[in-house]
Design a protein around this ligand. Structure first.
Ligand SMILES: [Mg+2]
Length: 443
């Protein structure tokens, strides 16, 4: 498809977008080879379940991620829907990142199974981006058993479109192998800008797409002639500017390496909406622990914790707290996240919940690092430090109370006798009033 026969050099195509195929489903099959050749999906099996990942075989039935599980089962009654095992996906994701890091330290993870790489700093080594992409792809296959699509381009916009073009295509007839590595040459760029629908652009989800359609804008090329101010009045100034830039093929977003990434988060759409406060708290703790691990893995500390909750009517509430100390500990993240959740005063079923961390500083910077784990009961002996931690965390919770005006906020953490203890007991934590160990905590 590339009409340019000359391979690009690093100055022409410095950006790679690497996207693992059917990531969750592939990990499940790698862990249980008896699933090989069967239609396998990972997702919620319940009535409101959504498919998160579908194997190649499942895709030949027309099953894809974001499809409802009910629809997927209709298309393929023998579909095996497995619940997610995020520990395994994270472990594979870490190995994936390790291989990417062998190519360049300048990479930006997007979720668990995608990264952008900026190869421009490798220029002096005289490497070819296509050769680097093929080598990485071969190692992903040989060492991890994972298939990938890699887009090679001059910017993020085209690299992401390129990885999609590199992937296999699925139909009821079977699988048509993709190129694996796809270089978006200037000819291909021009062809795509002329023919692709607006939905193919970064950040254009169903909502933005329908606004654009309402303005008669269906193809990327339609954006070339639109008045940016008019567009801005419908989608906001920054989106309008970005989209108009995209229509010209311009994308000046840089690859932000993990160290500089703006937020690290984890969220889940539940198979069945959650109505039980304790169950929701467990999900929040799990998200907090994934986020805590990811923050530590990135060698950073965070200061802002955000929670998002989406309800059955699709309305959503986001709450955020920035604390005056730096943290990377899942228990501290969970404590703050649970206080934020509590402050929402949830009274209807929850369809999605998530936790994210932001406002990063590099490890070694920042004031008090909260680090207390369940195994760390020796913390009581370090009284001055514990005192600082107690106060920092207590202040953070008080802040949340004040800002959101919560009447009966419980704590995920109990303070007693100078001991900071994480309370994992069912029924005695963050979703209702509880008896606290010290009077300073009662409110
Ligand atoms: Mg993928």
């Amino acid at each position: 498809m590339n009409s340019h026969t000359d391979a690009p050099d690093l100055a022409q195509a410095p950006i790679l977008h690497v996207d693992i195929d059917a990531f969750f489903a592939s990990v499940e099959i790698l862990d249980d080879p008896s699933l090989r050749g069967l239609p396998v999906a990972v997702g919620g099996a319940g009535e409101r379940g959504v498919i998160a990942s579908a194997s190649y075989v499942a895709r030949t039935f027309g099953i894809h991620s974001a499809m409802s599980s009910i629809q997927a089962r209709r298309r393929c009654p023998s579909l095996i829907i497995l619940p997610g095992r995020f520990d395994r996906y994270e472990s594979y994701s870490k190995s994936f990142h390790d291989l990417v890091r062998d190519v360049t330290p300048n990479y930006e993870p997007l979720g668990l199974d995608e990264v952008f790489c900026d190869l421009s700093s490798l220029g002096l080594l005289g490497s070819s981006p296509l050769a680097l992409a093929h080598d990485l792809q071969a190692r992903l296959k040989a060492e991890l058993g994972l298939q990938s699509g890699i887009g090679v381009a001059r910017n993020k916009l085209f690299a992401k479109l390129g990885s999609k073009a590199a992937k296999p295509k699925f139909s009821t007839g079977g699988v048509t192998e993709g190129a694996g590595v796809f270089w978006v040459s200037p000819d291909v760029e021009a062809q795509w800008l002329d023919s692709l629908p607006v939905e193919s652009l970064w950040g254009v989800g169903p909502k933005t797409a329908s606004k654009l359609h309402g303005l008669g804008l269906r193809l990327v090329r339609d954006l070339l002639s639109v008045d940016e101010k008019l567009l801005a009045s419908h989608v906001g100034a920054s989106v309008a500017q970005t989209l108009c830039g995209f229509a010209r093929g311009d994308d000046d977003r840089s690859v932000e390496s993990a160290r500089a990434s703006k937020s690290i988060g984890h969220e889940e759409t539940f198979a069945r909406s959650v109505t039980d406060a304790e169950e929701l708290a467990q999900h929040i703790r799990r998200h907090a622990s994934v986020v805590g691990r990811a923050v530590r893995e990135s060698h950073q500390l965070c200061r802002t914790i955000t929670v998002v909750v989406r309800f059955d009517d699709l309305s959503a509430v986001t709450r955020q707290q920035t604390v005056p100390f730096s943290l990377n500990d899942e228990e501290a993240i969970a404590t703050i996240a649970l206080a934020l959740i509590d402050s929402i005063g949830i009274s209807q079923p929850v369809r999605l919940a998530g936790v994210s961390a932001s406002s990063f500083v590099a490890e070694g910077q920042g004031a008090v690092q909260l680090s207390f784990g369940v195994a760390n009961n020796t913390i009581a002996s370090q009284s001055a430090e514990v005192q600082a931690k107690r106060e920092s965390l207590r202040d953070a919770i008080d802040d949340i109370r004040q800002r959101f005006g919560v009447a009966s906020l419980g704590h995920g953490v109990e303070f007693a006798d100078g001991n900071l203890r994480v309370d994992r007991q069912r029924g005695s934590h963050a979703f209702g009033p509880e008896t606290l160990g010290t009077s300073s905590e009662s409110q």
